[in-house]
Structure formats: structure tokens, C-alpha cells
Design a protein. Structure first.
Lengths: 207, 101
């Protein structure tokens, strides 16, 4: 491990030791953050995957129903029907923070829009498609919430991991080594000084 | 806040039947533009993007997905069903932790 380029003096030793203590503290904190993030991720991953599977299934049914509607009514008529839908599905997004990561909570708000097209022009196939898509809609907030939480937490975990590694494998060993080096060279200087004094003393005693 | 669908025409049409807004996007520039427009619209809280469209603009998608700001962007399967290329959530975690769950 490379040593830092500092002069081996007592003042830089003090400074380095202070920095090193800081780095160790930072390491402990980041390590704990990593643990909490990992725990949260594991916890969420399970739910997220379950809801993802559910959406996959329901959505496949919804697409199939839509295909039937397109075939029986003609795609153009389905397009028209979609234009006649009044209102919009609304959600409320609340944000909370897990270790500095903004994690959303998503809730459906109000009733999904009502049927606004006449019964004459539309078929049962279209109603079925709407019903299926509405079932999917009910799962979408949960899907959005859990999948995006997993992505965001994972991104933060990766960043934290990088910092922890940088401290553990680069920063701290480098500082450790430099501190050791300075301590040794200071001791060496001490010994030289002692020897010089003894030598001077013995010379003056002879003379 | 509103929900918004980007990508496959069938997905956009299907969700528009129950009152979701949407933007058909079938090429990489279209997807990127649709994402940017959606991100700039403060009304839109969540964007659902079909997987095939998502695969066309992976970088743009990733930056939204990992960011703590802007709309929530989530992939959903298109009419062709879930693609094999979709990154499973456990792989996302595995990449982050270096540990398989």
C-alpha cells in the first residue's frame, strides 16, 4: 500500500492521527448504513417480486381481452371509446426517507372514471377489457411503490458500498501505513539524537 | 397526481379505457422524448413504460429509476408478455450487494 507524501514531523503525525480517527468513525457509520439498507432491500424485494408476478398475469389477461375487443368492434371504435372516458385515475404519492433515500408511498385516490360511452356502440368484449385493465390499475400503485423502492435503495446501497470499500481498502490502510512510517522515523531521529548527545558527552569528558 | 403510460399502442389504448394518459413510443428517440415530457410534467406522478420501449432507451430509463427525484418510472410487460431481458429484482439487489438472495 502506497504511503502518503508527507514530511515525517510530529505535527503531521498529529494531523494524520486525527484524520484516521475520523475515517474510522466514518467507516463504522457507513457500514451500519449499509446494513440497514441491505435489510430494507431484502425485506422489500420479496413483496416487490410477488406484486410484479401478479401484475404480469393480470396484464396478460387484460391485453388478451383488449385484443378481443379490437377484433369484435374494430380498433377504431375502441379508440373512440377511450376518448369518451371521462376523468382520470389519480394517485397520491407520499415520500418518506430510509437512510436518506427517498422512498415513495403510492395510493389510488378516488374512484376510477366511470363508463361514459353508450351501450349501443360497444360490445361485451370492451367491457371485459375495461374490467381487466381496472384490476391491473388496482395493483399499479403497489407495483410502482415497491419496484421503485428496490431500485432506489439498490442504487444507494451501491454508492455506500463503494464508499465503505474506499475507506476500508484504500484510505485507512494508506493512513495507517503513513502513521506507522512517521512514528518509526521519529523514533529513529530520537535514537540518533541520544547517540549524538552521548558521543558529545564522552568527548567533552575526555577533553 | 396522474398515472402515465409510455410505449406500446395496445398498452396505451388499454389503460386509456380506464382514464390513464399515455404516449405511444416505438423508437429510441420517441421513448426518450416521451420520458422527458413526462418528467417535466409536474402532474405526472408515476410513469409506466412497456418493456420493449424501456429496452430502447436503457440509459434514460436507468437515470430516472435510480434518481430520488422526478416521477417514479416502472416497467410493465407489453402485449408480448414479460421479456426475458427484464432485469429481475433479485438481480438488481445482487448487483448492489454482491450477494445472491
Amino acid at each position: 500500500m502506497a504511503r502518503l507524501k508527507v514530511s515525517p514531523t510530529r505535527s503531521s503525525l498529529l494531523r494524520l492521527k486525527k484524520d484516521l480517527a475520523m475515517a474510522r468513525l466514518g467507516y463504522t457509520l457507513l457500514d451500519r448504513k449499509r446494513e440497514v439498507l441491505t435489510m430494507n432491500l431484502m425485506h422489500m424485494a420479496h413483496d416487490a417480486e410477488a406484486v410484479q408476478r401478479q401484475v404480469d398475469e393480470l396484464l396478460a389477461e387484460a391485453y388478451a381481452a383488449l385484443r378481443v375487443a379490437n377484433l369484435t368492434m374494430g380498433r377504431e371504435m375502441v379508440d373512440w371509446a377511450s376518448l369518451a372516458t371521462v376523468g382520470q385515475a389519480e394517485v397520491r404519492v407520499l415520500l418518506r426517507s430510509i437512510m436518506g433515500v427517498v422512498v415513495p408511498t403510492v395510493e389510488l385516490q378516488g374512484e376510477p372514471p366511470a363508463l361514459a360511452f353508450g351501450l349501443g356502440d360497444t360490445t361485451a368484449g370492451l367491457d371485459e377489457a375495461r374490467r381487466k385493465f381496472r384490476q391491473v390499475l388496482e395493483l399499479l400503485p403497489t407495483l410502482a411503490e415497491s419496484v421503485s423502492s428496490v431500485w432506489r435503495l439498490a442504487a444507494e446501497l451501491q454508492r455506500t458500498q463503494r464508499r465503505v470499500n474506499a475507506l476500508e481498502y484504500l484510505f485507512i490502510p494508506q493512513y495507517d501505513e503513513t502513521v506507522k512510517f512517521i512514528e518509526e522515523s521519529l523514533e529513529e531521529k530520537d535514537r540518533e539524537e541520544r547517540f549524538r548527545l552521548k558521543r558529545v558527552k564522552s568527548l567533552t569528558a575526555e577533553g | 397526481m396522474k398515472l402515465h403510460v409510455i410505449g406500446d399502442p395496445d398498452a396505451v389504448l388499454g389503460f386509456s379505457l380506464i382514464g390513464l394518459t399515455g404516449q405511444v413510443a416505438l423508437s429510441a428517440p420517441e421513448v426518450e422524448e416521451a420520458l422527458e415530457l413526462a418528467a417535466r410534467n409536474p402532474e405526472i406522478g408515476v410513469v409506466f413504460i412497456t418493456e420493449r420501449a424501456a429496452a430502447l432507451a436503457p440509459e434514460a430509463l436507468d437515470s430516472y429509476r435510480r434518481s430520488n427525484e422526478g416521477p417514479i418510472v416502472v416497467e410493465i410487460p407489453g402485449p408480448e408478455g414479460p421479456l426475458a431481458s427484464r432485469l429481475a429484482l433479485r438481480d438488481v439487489i445482487a448487483r448492489a450487494t454482491g450477494v445472491r438472495v
